[in-house]
Design a binder for this molecule. Structure first.
Ligand SMILES: [Zn+2]
Ligand SMILES: [Zn+2]
Length: 365
C-alpha cells in the first residue's frame, strides 16, 4: 500500500483543491463502502486505501510532508483510528437516512429486543397462538420521544458547540471523543418532559399475541416488526425477535421432519413378527413388525412426523428397533430357550454362515 500514490488513488491532480479532493473521496468511498459491498474484501481494501489517501491529502501539514517525502510515516493502525471520524464528518446524512435540509437529524431507531419462548414439541408440530408479556421502553406520548417539555427547545451544548464530540490531537491524527458535558448529544435539555423525565421513553409491559406456525424448529426466530424498543425523537421503533426453544420430548427426538424413537422388542417378536402399540405425537398407533426384523432396523409410520415449515406434507414417525435381552428368566422361559438353542444348532443365518466361512479360511479348519 505504501507504493500507491495518494493522488492516483483518489484520481485527482497534484494541484487539486480541497473541494475537489472531498468530492473525489466522497464518490469513491460511497462506491466502495463496506455496507454496500458486504463480503467483498477487494472493495474493503479499496475503501481503506481511499480513506487513507484522503486522510493525508485533506490535512495541509500531512499533504506538504507527503509531497516532499512521498510518505507521512504513518502506521496503518493509526489510520484505522482516524478514518472513522473523517468518514462521519463527510457522510452524516448520506447513510442511515439522515435529516433533511442539511441539519443533523436526532431521530433514533429503537433497539431490537429478543424474547425466548419455550414451547413443546406438540405445539411446534400443530402451531400455536400464545401471549407473551414484554417489558420494554415505549416512546413517550407526551413529548413524542423528544424528552423535551412541549414548547421548549434544547440548548446547544457550549463545550462542543453542538457537535457532540470534542477533538484533540494525538500525533498528527485528530481523535474525537464524545463530549463530556452533553454525553455526545450535542444538546442540553433544560426543560425535561415530566412524563418521562427527559428520557423520551417510558418503561411499560406489553401483552403481545404471538402466532407460531406449524413445523417450527428449535432456534427459529419470529420477527414482530415494530414491537421492540420505542424510537427517540421521531425514530422508528425496533423489532422484537421471538426465539423459539423446543422442550425435549419424553419419547421423540426430531431429525429434520422425522420424529425418531427407540422401540424395544423381544427376540420372539422380531423373529415371528408382531403388531404393537406405539406412540405418535398425538396419541397411539398400531405398528406392524415384520417377521425377521433386525436389531437397529427402522420401521416407519408415514406422515406422522413434523409438518414441513415451508411446503406441504409431513415427515414420518420412525421406530428404531432395539432387541432387549432379558436379564432374568423364568423357569418356563429358560426351558423354552434351552430347547430353542438345541433346535437352532442346525439353522444359521447369513451373518453366522459368513463368519464360519471366514474362520475356516483363516485357520483351515
Ligand atoms: Zn416525555
Ligand atoms: Zn457537548
Amino acid at each position: 500500500m505504501a507504493a500507491k500514490d495518494y493522488y492516483t488513488v483518489l484520481g485527482v491532480g497534484r494541484d487539486a483543491e480541497d473541494a475537489e479532493l472531498k468530492k473525489a473521496y466522497r464518490n469513491l468511498a460511497r462506491q466502495f463502502h463496506p455496507d454496500k459491498n458486504p463480503g467483498n474484501p477487494a472493495a474493503e481494501a479499496r475503501f481503506k486505501e481511499v480513506s487513507e489517501a484522503y486522510a493525508v491529502l485533506s490535512d495541509p501539514d500531512k499533504r506538504a510532508q507527503y509531497d516532499r517525502f512521498g510518505s507521512v510515516g504513518a502506521s496503518p493502525s493509526g489510520f484505522e483510528a482516524g478514518f472513522g471520524t473523517i468518514f462521519e464528518d463527510l457522510f452524516e446524512g448520506f447513510f442511515g437516512g439522515g435529516g433533511g435540509g442539511g441539519r443533523r437529524s436526532r431521530a433514533r431507531r429503537g433497539a431490537d429486543l429478543q424474547y425466548r419462548l419455550e414451547i413443546s414439541l406438540e405445539e411446534a408440530a400443530a402451531g400455536t397462538e400464545t401471549k407473551i408479556q414484554i417489558p420494554r421502553h415505549e416512546t413517550c406520548e407526551t413529548c413524542d420521544g423528544s424528552g423535551q417539555e412541549t414548547g421548549t427547545t434544547p440548548e446547544v451544548c457550549g463545550t462542543c458547540r453542538g457537535q457532540g464530540q470534542v477533538r484533540f490531537s494525538q500525533g498528527f491524527l485528530t481523535v474525537a471523543r464524545p463530549c463530556p458535558t452533553c454525553a455526545g448529544a450535542g444538546r442540553i435539555n433544560r426543560h425535561p418532559c415530566r412524563s418521562c423525565a427527559g428520557a423520551g421513553r417510558v418503561a411499560r409491559e406489553k401483552l403481545l399475541k404471538v402466532t407460531i406456525p406449524p413445523g417450527v424448529e428449535d432456534g427459529n426466530q419470529l420477527r414482530l416488526t415494530g414491537e421492540g424498543e420505542g424510537g427517540l425523537a421521531g425514530g422508528h421503533p425496533g423489532d422484537l425477535y421471538v426465539l423459539l426453544q423446543i422442550r425435549p420430548h419424553e419419547i421423540f427426538v426430531r431429525q429434520g421432519a422425522d420424529l425418531v424413537c427407540e422401540l424395544p422388542l423381544t427376540y420372539p417378536q422380531v423373529c415371528l413378527g408382531d403388531e404393537v402399540d406405539v406412540p405418535v405425537l398425538d396419541g397411539k398407533a398400531r405398528l406392524h413388525v415384520p417377521a425377521g426384523t433386525q436389531p437397529g432396523q427402522r420401521l416407519f409410520i408415514k406422515g406422522k412426523g413434523m409438518p414441513h415449515l415451508r411446503g406441504r406434507g409431513r415427515g414420518n414417525a420412525v421406530y428404531e428397533v432395539v432387541v432387549e435381552v432379558p436379564a432374568r428368566l423364568s423357569a418356563r422361559e429358560r426351558q423354552l430357550l434351552e430347547e430353542l438353542r438345541e433346535a437352532s444348532k442346525e439353522s444359521s443365518g447369513p451373518l453366522l454362515s459368513s463368519f464360519l466361512e471366514r474362520m475356516k479360511k483363516l485357520f483351515g479348519g
